[in-house]
Design a protein. Structure first.
Length: 93
């Protein structure tokens, strides 16, 4: 009886080990697929963002007053949103 139980436990351990190795292999394959899918898109996105950043910098150089106004407007909008959100989060004690 004890021998059968030990045999069953050893068999289950071996099956778990095989399952673990199969799952690890599948995870490696999926990670590789994800990497090959995401990498070119991430490179293209970073290149596009860099180009847009250069474009914004050039626009700010050509129109410094408008750029300053846009920055202050964004700061003011952020401050107003922050005040509204901080008031909405407070508990009415």
């Amino acid at each position: 009886m004890a021998r059968d139980l030990n045999s069953t436990v050893e068999s289950l351990q071996e099956q778990l080990s095989q399952l673990r190795s199969v799952l690890q292999q599948q995870a490696r394959e999926k990670a590789s697929e994800a990497s090959s899918y995401i990498s070119p898109r991430a490179n293209r996105l970073s290149r596009d963002l860099r180009n847009e950043g250069f474009g914004l910098a050039e626009a700010a150089k050509r129109h410094p007053t408008a750029a300053t106004g846009a920055v202050f407007g964004a700061l003011a909008l952020g401050a107003v949103l922050g005040l509204f959100l901080s008031g909405a989060i407070r508990d009415p004690d």
